[in-house]
Design a protein around this ligand. Structure first.
Ligand SMILES: Cc1cc2nc3c(=O)[nH]c(=O)nc-3n(C[C@H](O)[C@H](O)[C@H](O)COP(=O)(O)O)c2cc1C
Length: 161
């Protein structure tokens, strides 16, 4: 796991604030059980088979010398970059990552002692690709390669499309 967190550590961030924080558990340990317990049942069904569950959070404020504690408008963007780096490193290491927004953020914050001023963005399952047959039938249908919008719909030269 350290290799993945090391990749995330090198993500760029506004003023190099590095607002991201990660908490994780490995399947079988207490941390994993706490994280899995906070997932919505739809996600828990498959994610509890992962090798690790990683919670991505970030601090929403920053301390400035003259202003004291002020909101950091870039904390989510920076945490997104950090999880992206983690995901790419996982891919390079032959692992799969799958982010989830379906979880009880309040329960997770309490069970993992999230410090004041931080927000949880996502839970990420990390592991090796499992077999489709091992999934509940309802989930097997989802196991087809996903597509992306063409660049013509997301990138504009000289203005947004
Ligand atoms: C912030 C975020 C929240 C997501 N929430 C869920 C979720 O709760 N459950 C789930 O099964 N997938 C979730 N996903 C996975 C996306 O649905 C998935 O990445 C997307 O459909 C593209 O598929 P791919 O990653 O297989 O290419 C989430 C992804 C992100 C980035």
């Amino acid at each position: 796991m350290n290799l993945l967190f090391e990749a995330a550590r090198w993500a760029p961030s506004a003023s190099n604030n590095q607002p991201w924080r990660f908490a994780y558990g490995l399947r079988g340990d207490e941390g994993f059980a706490k994280i899995a317990a906070a997932l919505v049942p739809f996600n828990r069904d498959w994610a509890e088979k992962a090798a690790a569950l990683v919670v991505v959070a970030s601090r929403s404020t920053v301390i400035r010398p003259e202003q004291g504690e002020v909101p950091n408008p870039f904390h989510s963007f920076d945490a997104g970059a950090a999880w992206g780096f983690l995901a790419l490193q996982a891919h390079l290491s032959g692992l799969i990552t799958h982010a989830m927004g379906g979880f009880d953020a309040k329960a997770l914050a309490a069970s993992l002692n999230l410090p004041e001023g931080y927000v949880i963005h996502a839970v990420v399952a990390v592991g090796h690709q499992g077999k489709v047959e091992d999934l509940p039938e309802a989930l097997q249908a989802r196991e087809t390669p996903s597509t992306r919008l063409p660049l013509s719909e997301t990138v504009g030269r000289g203005g947004f499309v």
